[in-house]
Design a protein around this ligand. Structure first.
Ligand code: DC
Length: 236
């Protein structure tokens, strides 16, 4: 009988997965985590956690104006941590004892998070949490600046992208599946706007690290991407 061999990943490995929004980074990273026994860290969730807290405590208003002094005070006491939800490396985000995994995905938080994530004090708050998760390795993190700023010495760096049209169509279908009636042109405009904000902010803008391997999944299924990763590991 033929048994496919999976190449092992060496202990303590850090894998950085960066890239544009709606490229399926988290689906890809979660799958790799469960397959190779790594811890998955959704770094965008931490920015979303800060945005939720700021929004609930009137630190950011409806026009995305931020009270930086109040934010500075809040970051000194804010406790964000991932708690495992079971085997396979999956986890959910907690604010103290409160599970905020759902609330950080609302439209309200999504509309504020890019502004929050552009602030250097927020970035150093999140980087500090991430460096603790990276201490013992065995992790895969997805985000925008993991391979460039947070772990420039990561063992494997992947930069994920797909055409804006393909990403907009994926989001459009996700929204339709939730019972919404999205307008494709608006979804596409939003994808382009997020790319612009991520790539043009001053603090840790989205960039492909010079040693990151490009994964353009415009025409790839998740199975194709897993196979691509397995071939990459087997070659390295
Ligand atoms: O991946 P996401 O959509 O959950 O990310 C939420 C926001 O956080 C988005 O505006 C990009 C930003 N982000 C970042 O600036 N750096 C990271 N490492 C991860 C996310």
């Amino acid at each position: 009988m033929f048994v496919a061999c999976m190449t092992m990943i060496k202990e303590g490995t850090i894998i950085a997965v960066d890239g544009h929004s709606s490229t399926g980074k988290s689906t890809f990273a979660k799958l790799i985590a469960s397959r190779y026994g790594l811890i998955y860290v959704d770094t965008g969730a931490l920015y979303r956690g800060v945005a939720l807290f700021a929004s609930e405590n009137s630190i950011i208003d409806c026009e995305n104006r931020i009270d930086e002094q109040a934010l500075n005070r809040a970051l000194k006491v804010l406790k964000l941590l991932f708690r495992p939800t079971g085997p396979g490396g999956a986890s959910e985000l907690y604010l103290g004892d409160r599970n905020i995994e759902r609330e950080i995905r609302t439209l309200e938080v999504s509309s504020k998070v890019s502004f929050i994530a552009s602030l250097p004090i927020v970035r150093s708050f999140v980087d500090n949490i991430l460096s603790n998760y990276g201490k013992s390795g065995g992790v895969i993190m997805d985000g925008r600046d993991i391979g460039t700023v947070v772990f420039p010495n990561a063992d494997i760096k992947i930069f994920m992208t797909a055409s804006a049209e393909v990403r907009a169509m994926r989001r459009f279908r996700e929204m339709e599946a939730k019972g919404e009636r999205p307008d494709y042109d608006k979804v596409l405009a939003n994808v382009r706007e997020r790319d612009y904000l991520d790539e043009n902010r001053e603090a840790a803008p989205l960039r492909r690290a010079s040693d990151a391997i490009l994964l353009d999944n415009s025409n790839m299924s998740i199975e194709d991407q897993l196979q691509w990763f397995e071939e990459l590991i087997a070659k390295s």
